[in-house]
Design a protein around this ligand. Structure first.
Ligand code: SF4
Ligand code: SF4
Length: 451
């Protein structure tokens, strides 16, 4: 099949540093159209799915619920509600494996097979609505950053009044190897992504709205360029370079603005939202549909039929893997998200959450543990670091326990992208060392505050 040609009007941008993993694994699933998973008998919806306060559960064992009905209400400003993925009976609260390796609370729903919707909120005429109305709807529908961070979207849309925001950037980079969910959403539902982008722009009161996409997704770029003018949204192409989708790198690539140490995107006039989130915002505002499902890439060499699936929240990973025909060989590792920044899992009992962008099984040969050897001072980690840090020096400071000195080397700017470790020929455990430094510094700061 011929790849599409890139549109000659497309502006292509990038950032300094980063790496280009040769084996990006996207070939396994990028041509696979989005499929909708059949209804399961049971869903186990993890309560704590957003950054900030976990929502407060408002249902009890034995309650009958409809699809889209409130299961848990927001517990403060930095929190979002949680809704039922189908109709059925609440079995109660259960403990299941969580994505961070510890048991976590989930609401178990026994499906009644009818999949009946609750009464949804009415459509909002967003072109004639004020920002507060849009933000309220986005919050009530439980929308969070679906690219990984799960930060409540309405909070990002509400920067302090002294921050003048003039850019809404929709992150369609999907720079993590293997992941293709956002690619397929942008290709198959370009209008939804663009309309969501325009709604987010209006909710933030900004006129410059762009969708930024890596140029390995030419078909998605072309699909959106055809419709972008209708929504007054720009499309920007980005060089294929990991971590192009990291917030600071994305902002620099699109606007040439640098987010200073310790600052937020709003400090340089930007808000970043993910492409899948934009599509969810369009559904929430146009049809009152809460965030109860998402497109997830299920992939990796051991998977029989890798693909992109619309999965409901609370779908156990074990069930999701069955959709792809199971596995053809024993995998070496299970990861939620991509191989660079995702989280390794010990159990398939964890369930799909609002930020589950990928379910990745890596082959045993790809997770070989290399012996780490001493630093050969080649400088490759410095070249790769998109934050202009000195990973080799930070690693040495971690080994020497020199936490105070690490602050002088701006260790807290590290976005833990793993580009340095990927580039290191000596297989130094650079990210582990840097994480240790950051954790120790945070602990010490907390102790100082308590004094
Ligand atoms: S030091 Fe941090 S930001 Fe720089 S490449 Fe390594 S993990 Fe990424
Ligand atoms: S890439 Fe590895 S070997 Fe080269 S300077 Fe950095 S830490 Fe040392």
């Amino acid at each position: 099949m011929n790849e599409q040609a890139i549109n000659k009007d497309l502006k292509i941008v990038s950032f300094k540093g980063g790496v280009h993993p040769q084996k990006d694994g996207k070939i396994l699933s990028k041509k696979a159209s989005i499929q909708t998973a059949p209804l399961l008998e049971r869903y186990q919806v993890i309560v704590s799915q957003n950054i900030g306060a976990p929502p407060k559960v408002v249902v009890s064992a034995g309650d009958e619920v409809k699809k889209g009905q409130l299961l848990a209400e927001a517990a403060g400003f930095v929190s979002v509600p949680l809704h039922s993925p189908t109709s059925g009976k609440v079995e109660g609260l259960v403990d299941i494996p969580g994505p961070m390796g510890v048991m976590t609370q989930a609401i178990s729903i026994l499906a009644d097979g009818k999949d009946e919707w609750t009464e949804l909120s009415v459509s909002i005429d967003w072109r004639n609505s004020d920002a507060d109305t849009l933000k309220k709807r986005i919050m009530e529908c439980g929308i969070v950053g679906m690219g990984g961070a799960a930060f409540p979207s309405h909070v990002k849309l509400s920067p302090p009044p002294d921050k003048k925001v003039d850019y809404m950037i929709i992150n369609g980079a999907e720079c993590e190897p293997y992941l293709t969910a956002d690619h397929r959403v942008m290709l198959e539902e370009p209008e939804k992504v663009l309309e969501g982008a325009a709604i987010l722009g209006r909710a933030a009161g900004v006129k410059n709205v762009v969708v930024a996409v890596e140029i390995n997704k030419v078909d998605a770029i072309n699909a959106m360029m055809e419709k972008a003018a209708q929504f007054n949204v720009g499309i920007v192409g980005m060089k294929v370079q990991y971590p192009q989708g990291a917030e600071k790198q994305l902002i620099y690539a699109v606007t040439r603005r640098k987010v200073p140490t310790g600052a937020l995107p709003a400090d340089v006039g930007c808000i970043v939202q993910n492409a899948g989130t934009a599509a969810a915002v369009a559904e929430a505002v146009n049809a009152g549909i809460p965030l109860i499902e998402r497109v997830t890439t299920i992939t990796g060499e051991p998977v029989v039929n890798p693909g992109n699936w619309r999965l409901r929240l609370g779908t156990p990973i074990s069930e999701a893997l069955k959709l792809c025909g199971g596995v053809k060989c024993e995998p070496g590792k299970l990861i939620l998200g991509g191989p660079m920044m995702g989280f390794a899992q010990r159990s398939t009992g964890v369930s799909v959450m609002k930020n589950t962008s990928g379910i990745l099984l890596l082959d045993k040969s790809d997770v070989t543990q290399y012996e780490s050897s001493p630093c050969i001072r080649c400088g490759r980690c410095l070249e790769a670091c998109p934050m202009n840090l000195q990973p080799s020096a930070l690693s040495q400071l971690a080994e020497a326990g020199q936490y105070e000195n690490a602050l002088k080397y701006n260790v807290m700017d590290c976005i833990e992208c793993g580009a340095c470790a990927f580039a290191c020929p000596a297989h130094r455990p650079l990210v582990q060392h840097i994480r240790r430094l950051k954790a120790e510094i945070r602990n010490r700061t907390k102790k100082e505050i308590k004094k």
